[in-house]
Design a protein around this ligand. Structure first.
Ligand code: PEP
Ligand code: MG
Length: 582
């Protein structure tokens, strides 16, 4: 048995056989398949060889057209080598007899050829070794691509293990088959982690190297509560986790009973609990968990699996689906496209690589550069506002001027709609995310410009501490309890109070019960989180008085390190609700 420690990003326990997606660095580990998988693996090999040969012939043609036949011939010989029946036979033999994965078998055979070539005292042949590695890479790219495709068409239950998963890959996991996942890379608030929470499957990220230690089909446990991946568990551990899994089910059904109870503190103060959604169908999750509305609709997920930018009709259709599910009274905060960085890119930016995308042309900056994109979405949001309590929110605002520019464009769109006689709410509430330190510092000025604030702690933490939210190597620095972050939140709440506008928190911090008392004590009266987390947060709210939370926040603000704040908050939460921690 081996236990790996990582970052817990979606709670629960999953137990099952591993489906390993290989790393992309082409360091193919020795990995075995089960005897019944041999036929499928040989089929995979054949498809990969055929695809690799065809691609190489395409390259031959392109190079010939551009540089002439003698250069194209290099790739012609590559194609011949890939299509060589001797190569296929040898690799297939290893799959059938040794039960190697196709990737490992290809790697073994080609590396043996390379060694043999290198040992011959012939400088021409030695120079051809790099051709072999080229061929290996071409075949492996095809095999690994297929492996990643496989997760969309699973026929049995698995736990996905990978170096990393993109938010799109995670969002398209078939949760009737994938019961959990664990990755080597990633951080607490990476979008992959957020999507895992939405899917409500246990997940652990940032585990560091482990993919090479597992074979497909090995039994593994993902402990999404404590951030553990357990490889090859012993019987006692397995029995313990099976028990935990059933206990958690009954704990969750207890939480569900909270759904219809109000989120009110013991001294009668109401806290609005809202849901974060990425897809319209999650409106149902919000209702199931007792959310009062949607506090953050991450509309950039409309780009998932899309070849073109969404049209006005597609935007509107998605918003109307949410409004129909929630009814006209519940608020729905639609955030304008927050594209770029680790999320999706609009078509116009495809192929545009930035050296530092998190500090680059992302989110509202991108929209301001692409007014067609921006206005198309604004039109749809305004049209939806005619039928429900829609509110519009801008992400990543970093200066007052930027916010004014966004509002100016909104005013233009309103004029257009008015001219066209299309209905919308002229008093559509407009808010801004506060997720860049400059915005938190200038909150007083920004508060005069908007109807509400929503603090995006996921980005606010990364930008305040200069610690990438996706990078497990700096995960210890990335801490929402850092005193610097607390001061910024405090500043935003004060500014909001002074301007008499509401202040919401919609980063992952708001769904973690450990921070509930702190946020209430700082003056927050509205939290928006992954619906799954709302019952636990509500239970904390219903167990405390505002006075108690103020005392907790004051003590937390006195502490000098994130570690001390964390320990203190954990202690206080355990005191109030011991079962949350057990
Ligand atoms: C945030 O940054 O806290 C936030 C809610 O936005 P996102 O996670 O989509 O960047
Ligand atoms: Mg953000």
């Amino acid at each position: 048995m081996e236990i790996k420690r990582g970052i817990a990003v979606s709670p629960g326990v999953a137990i099952g056989p591993a489906l390993v997606l290989d790393t992309e660095g082409f360091r193919i580990p020795q990995r075995f398949i089960h005897p019944e998988e041999v036929a499928g693996e040989v089929d995979r090999l054949k498809r990969a060889l055929a695809a690799a040969a065809a691609q190489t012939r395409d390259t031959q043609k392109a190079v010939t057209d551009k540089l002439g036949g003698q250069y194209g011939a290099i790739f012609g010989s590559h194609a011949l080598m890939i299509a060589d029946p001797g190569l296929a036979r040898e690799v297939e033999g290893l799959i059938r007899e040794q039960h190697y994965t196709a990737e490992y078998a290809v790697s073994r055979v080609i590396r043996r050829y390379a060694k043999a070539m290198e040992s011959i005292d012939d400088s021409y042949l030695a120079g051809r070794v790099s051709d072999l590695f080229d061929i290996e890479k071409r075949i492996l790219t095809n095999l690994l691509g297929q492996r990643r495709e496989q997760i969309r068409h699973l026929s049995q239950s698995v736990i996905v293990l990978a170096h990393d998963l993109t938010p799109s890959e995670t969002a398209t996991l078939d949760t009737s088959r994938v019961h959990g996942f664990a990755t080597e890379a990633g951080g607490r608030t990476s979008h992959t982690a957020i999507v895992a929470g939405v899917l409500e499957i246990p997940a652990v990220v940032g585990l560091g190297k482990f993919v090479t230690d597992v074979s497909g089909g090995d039994l593994v446990i993902v402990d999404g509560n404590r951030g553990l991946l357990i490889l090859d568990p012993d019987e006692e551990t397995l029995a313990r986790y099976e028990k935990t899994r059933s206990q958690m089910k009954s704990f969750e059904s207890g939480l569900n009973e909270l759904r219809d109870l109000p989120a009110v503190t013991r001294d009668g103060v109401h806290v609005a609990l809202l849901g974060n959604i990425e897809f319209p169908h999650e409106s149902a999750h919000c209702l199931e968990r007792g959310a009062e509305g949607v506090g953050l609709y991450r509309t950039e997920f409309l780009y998932l699996d899309k070849q073109a930018d969404p049209t006005e009709a597609e935007h509107l259709d998605a918003y109307m689906t949410v409004l129909r599910a929630l009814g006209p009274k519940r608020p729905v905060v639609i955030r304008t496209l927050d594209l770029g960085a680790d999320k999706f890119l609009p078509r116009s930016e495809a192929g545009h690589h930035e050296r530092n995308p998190f500090l680059g042309l992302r989110s509202v900056r991108l929209c301001l550069r692409n007014l067609t994109l921006f206005k198309t979405q604004m039109r749809a949001i305004l049209r939806a506002s005619a039928v429900g309590d829609v509110r519009l929110m801008f992400p990543m605002i970093s200066t007052v001027l930027e916010l004014r520019q966004c509002k100016m464009i909104l005013a233009e769109v309103k004029e257009d709609l008015e001219y066209e006689g299309i209905a919308f709410n002229p008093d559509l509430p407009v808010g801004t995310m506060i997720e860049v330190p400059s915005a938190a510092i200038l909150a007083e000025q920004l508060a005069r410009e908007v109807d509400f604030f929503s603090i995006g702690t996921n980005d606010l933490v990364q930008y305040t501490l200069a610690a990438d939210r996706n990078n497990e190597a700096v995960a210890s620095l990335y801490n929402p309890c850092d005193p610097a972050v607390l001061r910024l939140i405090d500043n935003v709440v004060r500014a909001g109070r002074k301007a008499e506008i509401s202040v919401n928190v919609c980063g992952e911090m708001s769904g973690d019960p450990q921070y509930t008392m702190l946020l209430l004590g700082l003056g927050i009266r509205q939290l928006s989180a992954t619906p799954h987390n709302l019952p636990e947060v509500k239970r904390i709210i219903r167990s405390v008085t505002v006075e108690e939370t103020v005392a907790v926040a004051q003590e937390a603000m006195r502490l000098e390190t994130a570690r001390d704040v964390n320990n203190y908050l954990r202690e206080q939460t355990r005191r109030i609700l011991p079962e949350v921690w057990n």
